[in-house]
Write a protein that binds this ligand. Structure first.
Ligand code: B3K
Ligand code: ZN
Length: 883
């Protein structure tokens, strides 16, 4: 049963260290069909200076207590109190000088654990997930990140059911016992918090390879998969090896154990988990081959493999003092994985992709009822704070520190952080102080970014006279639902002054201007001005290059200037930003205006620039594909902000797509011809980029044909999943009534029905057909034999795909989309509350819609809020959404 909601709130200001320290933990797992027996022996002592009368109170969650002993002796009845969610022991014998050994036994039922927190079974494989508070579902413990202990774990199971037995650290002993059973003992010498504990046991295949670190230590890398799937793990292994090399080179960080194991499982609440020496992954982020995975999947695997590996230093060696500090490890590790991808692939392409993610996930969160600061100060359910704000905005804050300090001083700050805090459970203050010291900079004002929620608006006005350019800058932060402060922030604005031939001009600020260092203006006041004098011509002002701060830009720059920047800013990110902002604003205005949405939604000059970016051979193909991409319907809705009618948004966007097709078809066909035929599939960035452009062209070309034939041909001829899925999406989404679409959707299903990861794509594809009547289709799909509510990937594909990827159908005017999703959440909640809560965030922008839809959304949420027995996870999201 899911924990039900007790309304309790945890507050940052209430933090205090534990009364007891746990130094070492010895665990023994005996795995059987139907149950698991766990013995945990903790060596603990009382912390210096604490009240000796205070008992030891250990966390539990739905635990079945068996017994407890102290230093090998029974504990008298009056000194011990056990319930499913707590174990209290009076321990006068434990003093700061004297440690005791507390042994606790619990009995678990992994097969019945559908929440996928604690110890559970996925397709017969025993595995664990402990972050944030899953360890307490395995044993009673001080289950919080500031309690660090070394672990020694013995895992025993039937040899046939589980020939592979894994846990954290290094394997130190193995052997057979009686009745066909065997065991392995694992020793992890690095003190770690309980959330990094892991165990896996099962009949698994694997691939392995040796790795030699820069200092010459030998490490055995292995990736384990379900039977018959290990031949799809090769790319993940390659990504792991490259991550290890990169972290040595870029941050001087070396791996520290003798083995590094990764296990891929099919039932997992999120992407992956960085358990020390034993990462557990959603198989979506490990298993790939060209026939079943797209380029986006390859990129996703590379990113997540890198991210989890990088956690070994930023998260594991240095962990968080408490869960309010989550961005300390998550924001920093996202920053590190973004840098890895930038170095391995293309920096501008990666930056554009990251900014796209930020704007489509974090901005709506920051602008709606689920708003919270990067470092929250209160929570009811910590699992609901693994958010885009903590991860993506958290990464932006690290990036701003890097921008402000410059590369050398930033690296010095990171070095100091690793040196000073290795082995610590640290805070954001600890982290920031390292950059203040190493960078000799005061970051106290900067630190407001961690505390103040919301997306600041950066206003810019420009004027030019007699060779002098004046930029008037202003920042505002409106109070949002989080109710945090609105004081001025430190906003680094990377910029360039571009001349008519596309070169950056010398930009020397006049005395008295706001702070300018090199190509970065530092705005620290509510308003400030910068003057650049002696300019030979009026420049095109390129601002927020590299998206140097997570702000909303309000800059009524002349359309001609913006189009010119889109064509000739020497900074490729600047080109993309100029164009995407302009297109977004025009789509927003057209969808807001009452008139008919037609070809006139945007200026012909804008359409021309979009077509021209596809043609521009100075840009790499992946970037050309990004330049052509129109903002999605949800993004346009966000730009409108209130009273949104999703039907109008859809119509306006469609009209522009058709206009691009009408004006550009011939030229775009020529671009396609230059991209050449298909060599054998290779997942590298250059090849993926060419496929991305080719597939981006398929939509306007098909629209121009007004026929599914071209996509049908691409679908049939495709020799890889990227092209096949791109073609199938156009067939199913643009020509849903055609015979070609039906044939392709069925053919795809029949060919891949045995492949879970491809079937997720199939459910997602059908859930996102942008038509109101898709609702009836997903209702039927929820009864499809291959739909399994308890499998998070499948639930996310169908319910999540519909609610977040289908603006028209989810936000149907009759409210039926909201009601259906709410009903699915209610069904899912008792099975898997964490996934239910995550899917419920799809309602986060409900107040932006016009009154009828708002009323329907509110009713659906209120209905849900009133349901009895809701989990704390779901109740928290629903309550905050209504707030
Ligand atoms: N640290 C995990 C996320 C855990 C989520 C718990 N609800 C994966 C990651 O960010 O690397
Ligand atoms: Zn992470």
């Amino acid at each position: 049963m899911a924990r039900s909601d007790d309304g309790q709130v945890v507050r940052l200001e209430d933090y205090r260290p534990t009364d007891f320290l746990i130094e070492h933990v010895e665990m023994r797992f005996e795995l059987f069909e139907g149950e698991a027996l766990v013995e945990t022996v903790s060596t603990l002592r009382r912390r210096e200076g604490t009240d000796p009368a205070r008992p030891l109170v250990l966390d539990g969650d739905a635990l079945d207590f068996v017994s407890a002993t102290l230093d090998g002796r029974e504990i008298e009845a009056g000194r011990l109190e056990a319930s499913p969610d707590r174990l209290t022991i009076h321990l006068p014998e434990a003093t700061p000088a004297q440690s005791v050994r507390l042994a606790v036994r619990t009995r678990l039922r992994p097969e019945e654990n559908t929440q996928l927190m604690g110890l559970y079974r996925s397709n017969g494989v025993w595995c664990t997930q402990c972050e944030a508070e899953g360890f307490r579902r395995i044993t009673y413990f001080l289950d919080r990140p500031d309690v660090l202990a070394t672990y020694r774990v013995r895992v025993e199971a039937d040899r046939r059911a589980a020939p592979i037995l894994l846990s954290n650290g290094n394997p130190v002993e193995a052997g057979v016992t009686d009745n066909g059973r065997h065991f392995t003992v694992w020793d992890d010498p690095f003190p770690k918090p309980s959330y990094l504990f892991a165990l896996v046991a099962g009949d698994l295949d694997h691939i392995e390879e040796p790795f030699r670190t820069q200092s010459g230590r030998e490490v055995r890398l292995a990736i384990y998969t379900e039977k018959g799937l290990s031949d799809r793990a090769g790319y993940a292994m390659d990504a792991l090896r490259r991550s290890m090399v990169w972290d040595e080179r870029r941050f001087g960080r070396e791996y520290d154990l003798d083995v590094f194991n990764i296990v891929a499982v099919g039932d997992f609440n999120m992407g992956a988990m960085e358990n020390k020496g034993l990462n557990v992954f959603n198989h979506k982020y490990v298993l790939l081959d060209p026939d079943t995975a797209t380029d986006a999947d390859y990129q996703g695997v590379e990113t997540v493999i890198a991210h989890e590996y990088f956690h070994n230093w930023t998260g594991n060696r240095i962990t968080c003092r408490d869960w309010f500090q989550l961005c300390l490890k998550e924001g920093l590790t996202v920053f590190r994985d973004q840098e890895f991808t930038s170095d391995e692939r293309s920096r501008p392409v990666k930056r554009i992709a990251s900014v796209h993610t930020l704007k489509s996930h974090q901005f709506p969160e920051d602008q709606g009822p689920l708003q919270h600061p990067v470092r929250p100060t209160r929570y009811r359910e910590i699992n609901n704070f693994y958010t885009a704000t903590v991860y993506e905005k958290g990464a932006e804050l690290v990036r701003m520190i890097a921008t402000i300090l410059g590369e050398t001083r930033f690296r010095a700050g990171m070095d100091l952080y690793f040196e000073r805090h290795d082995g610590d459970a640290a805070t954001i203050e600890d982290f920031v102080r390292c950059f203040e010291e190493a960078g000799e900079t005061d970051l106290s004002q900067f630190s407001r970014w961690y505390a103040q929620a919301g997306t600041p608006t950066l206003e810019i006005r420009e004027s030019f006279e007699d060779g002098r350019l004046t930029l008037d800058l202003a920042q505002t932060l409106v109070p949002g639902s989080a109710g945090t402060g609105t004081a001025p922030l430190v906003i680094p604005i990377r910029f360039g002054l571009v001349d008519g031939s596309g070169r950056d001009m010398q930009a020397v600020p006049e005395a008295g201007s706001a702070d300018v260092e090199g190509d970065v203006i530092l705005l620290t006041e509510a308003r400030a001005s910068v003057v650049f004098a002696n300019l030979p011509e009026r420049p095109l002002v390129s601002v927020l290059r590299g998206f140097s701060a997570p702000v909303t830009l309000s800059y009524p720059q002349a359309e001609a200037d913006r189009l010119a920047l889109a064509r000739l800013d020497p900074d490729p990110f600047g080109r993309w930003r100029a164009l995407t902002d302009l297109v977004g604003e025009r789509l927003r205005d057209a969808a807001k205006a009452g008139g008919a949405a037609g070809a006139t939604a945007v200026d012909p000059a804008i359409v021309e620039t979009l077509v021209r970016s596809a043609e521009d051979e100075r840009l790499e193909p992946a970037l050309r594909a990004q330049m052509m991409q129109l903002p999605g319907e949800a993004e346009i809705a966000r730009l409108i902000g209130r009273d949104v009618d999703p039907e109008r948004v859809h119509a306006v966007r469609e009209a522009v797509l058709r206009e691009i097709a009408r004006v550009g078809a011939e030229r775009l066909a020529r671009v396609e011809a230059t991209l050449g035929g298909d060599a054998a599939f290779s997942p590298d960035a250059a090849n993926a980029g060419r496929r991305a452009l080719r597939n981006a062209l398929l939509l306007p070309l098909s629209l121009a044909d007004a026929s599914p034939a071209r996509a049908a041909r691409r679908f049939t001829e495709a020799d890889n999943m990227t092209d096949r899925l791109a073609a199938l999406t156009i067939l199913a989404h643009v020509f849903p009534e055609s015979a070609e679409a039906d044939a392709a959707v069925d053919g795809f299903f029949r060919r891949f029905e045995g492949d879970a990861l491809v079937m997720d794509k199939w459910f997602l594809l059908l859930a996102t057909v942008p038509r109101p009547e898709t609702l009836e289709r997903v209702e039927a799909l929820a009864r499809h034999p291959l739909f399994r509510l308890a499998n998070p990937n499948r639930a996310r594909a169908l319910i999540g795909g519909f609610a977040t990827g289908n603006q028209r159908a989810f936000n149907r005017a009759d409210g039926a989309g909201y009601r259906w999703v709410a009903e699915q959440l209610r069904r899912l909640d008792p099975v898997n509350p964490q996934t239910a809560a995550r899917l419920a965030t799809a309602f986060r922008s409900w107040r932006a819609f016009e009154p009828t839809r708002q009323a329907h959304a509110r009713a659906a949420l209120e209905d849900l809020a009133g349901a009895s027995g809701l989990s704390r996870d779901l109740a928290d999201i629903v309550a905050r959404s209504l707030n």
